[in-house]
Design a protein around this ligand. Structure first.
Ligand code: SF4
Length: 382
C-alpha cells in the first residue's frame, strides 16, 4: 500500500482492519527502539490492536542501557578540575551509584548539554583557541560522553577523527556505544524469552543495514519487520510480523517494511567511518550484564582520545536499586505498568531507574501517555 502520508487515518484504519483479521495469536511482539516506544503510546497504536497482540519493549533506549559504571565514571570525570564535560541532556538524571550528573553540575562541574557529538568537538576547538592553558598537559580538557546505538556512533567517530586531524589534544571521549543485534541475540537465547515477533528499528538499519536481522530471524525462529516511527510504518511492521506468524512458516525472515529509508547494506560511508575509529568489543549493558561483541571501543590508532586512559577512577561497586525491574522491562519480560513501583515511588520527578528518566525510556513513555490512554478509553466506552 504505497503512501506518502504516514499518519493518514484511512491507511491506519485499513491496516488495523487487516491486523485484526489476521492476528489469531496470542502473540507478543517486541520493539527495540525508544522512538517507536513513544510513538506506539503517543498515537495509541497499542489500543488499536486486538487483545491477541501484546507489544513489549526491548533495550531500545540508549540512555537506559548505558551501564551504571559508565555513569559513575562520567560523574568522576565531570567533577575533575578543569574539565568541560559534554553530554546529551537525557543523561543528566540517570542514576549512578552515588548520585547523577545533575548533582555533579549543581556541585560546580562544568557540564554542557549537546545535541550532537560534533558540538563537543567544536567546544574543544573554541576552548583551545582561547588560550594555551586549555590542553591535555595542563589538565584543562573537553570530554564527550559518547553513548548510543549504531545511529550515533558515526557522529562520535567523526568528532574523534576531526580532533585527531586537528591535533586537538584537549579532546577525549568516554565511549559507551552499543550494538543492537548482540543484545537481541542475548534476549532470544533465553529459552523463556516469550517473544513471538520483533520490530527492528528502521533508523539503526538505515546506518548498519539489516543483514544481521536475517540471521537472527532464522537462527531464533523469530519473524522480524524493519520499520519506522509513524503510525503507518508501525502498523505495516506489525502486519508483516503477524503475516509470517499466521503463515506458520518453518523459517522466518526479516522483512523490510521501511524500504523507503532503509536498505539491506545500510550506509557504507557511515560504517567505514565507524570502522576506522572503533573496533567491536565486549560491552556491559544496564540490566543485561556484559554481552560479547556488543559495543565499540577506540582502535589503537585513536586510543589517545580515550578518556578512560586520561583519568584515574575511584573504584565504585555499581549497585542497582533492587526494587527496580528495569532488567525485566528491557528484556520484554514485563511492561512498565507491571512494575510495582510504577507511578508510585517511581515517576519522572523521582526516577528510580533509567527507563523512567529518558525521553526514550519505556517507563517514562507509559507514565507520560498513561493518563491520555485512560482518557481515551473512557471516551471510547462512552
Ligand atoms: S517503573 Fe521505575 S522502578 Fe519500575 S522498572 Fe521502571 S524505572 Fe525501574
Amino acid at each position: 500500500m504505497p503512501t506518502t502520508d504516514f499518519g493518514d487515518p484511512r491507511h491506519v484504519s485499513l491496516l488495523v482492519e487487516q491486523i485484526r483479521k489476521k492476528a489469531v495469536g496470542p502473540w507478543t511482539i517486541m520493539e527495540v527502539c525508544g522512538g517507536q516506544t513513544h510513538a506506539i503510546l503517543r498515537y495509541g497504536i497499542d489500543q488499536l490492536l486486538p487483545d491477541s497482540l501484546r507489544i513489549v519493549h526491548g533495550p531500545g533506549c540508549p540512555v537506559c542501557v548505558t551501564p551504571m559504571e559508565s555513569i559513575d565514571r562520567a560523574i568522576q570525570i565531570a567533577s575533575s578540575p578543569g574539565v568541560v564535560f559534554c553530554t546529551f541532556g537525557d543523561m543528566l538524571r540517570v542514576p549512578g551509584s552515588r548520585g547523577d550528573l545533575m548533582q555533579a553540575r549543581s556541585n560546580g562541574a562544568d557540564i554542557r548539554i549537546i545535541q550532537t557529538p560534533l558540538e563537543a568537538y567544536r567546544i574543544a576547538l573554541e576552548e583551545s583557541s582561547r588560550g594555551a592553558e586549555f590542553d591535555r598537559k595542563s589538565g584543562r580538557q573537553v570530554v564527550l560522553f559518547a553513548i548510543g546505538f549504531e545511529t550515533t556512533a558515526p557522529a562520535t567517530a567523526m568528532a574523534i577523527r576531526l580532533a585527531k586531524q586537528s591535533q586537538l589534544d584537549c579532546f577525549s571521549a568516554l565511549v559507551c556505544h552499543v550494538l543492537v543485534p548482540p543484545a537481541l541475540e542475548a534476549i532470544f537465547s533465553d529459552p523463556l524469552h516469550g517473544i513471538d515477533g520483533l520490530l527492528a528499528a528502521g533508523h539503526v538499519c538505515t546506518i548498519a543495514g539489516y543483514r544481521p536481522y536475517e540471521s537472527i530471524a532464522q537462527r531464533h525462529s523469530i519473524p522480524i519487520a524493519i520499520t519506522g516511527f509513524e503510525p503507518v510504518d508501525l502498523l505495516r511492521g506489525i502486519l508483516a510480523v503477524i503475516e509470517q506468524l499466521q503463515a506458520g512458516r518453518s523459517k522466518f525472515s526479516a522483512v523490510n517494511s521501511y524500504e523507503h529509508i532503509a536498505g539491506i547494506d545500510g550506509n557504507i560511508h557511515a560504517q567505514s567511518l565507524v570502522d576506522e575509529v572503533f573496533e567491536i568489543s565486549d560491552q556491559s549493558w544496564r540490566g543485561m550484564g556484559s554481552l560479547p561483541r556488543s559495543g565499540l571501543k577506540l582502535r589503537k590508532s585513536y586510543a589517545s582520545f580515550d578518556a578512560n586512559h586520561r583519568f584515574e577512577f575511584e573504584s565504585v561497586v555499581p549497585r542497582e536499586p533492587s526494587i527496580c525491574r528495569a532488567a525485566d522491562v528491557l528484556r520484554g519480560k514485563i511492561r512498565p505498568i507491571e512494575c510495582p513501583e510504577f507511578g508510585k515511588r517511581c515517576n519522572p520527578s523521582n526516577p528510580i531507574g533509567a527507563p523512567m528518566v529518558s525521553n526514550e525510556g519505556a517507563c517514562a513513555a507509559y507514565y507520560i501517555y498513561q493518563s491520555l490512554a485512560v482518557r481515551k478509553t473512557q471516551t471510547l466506552e462512552i
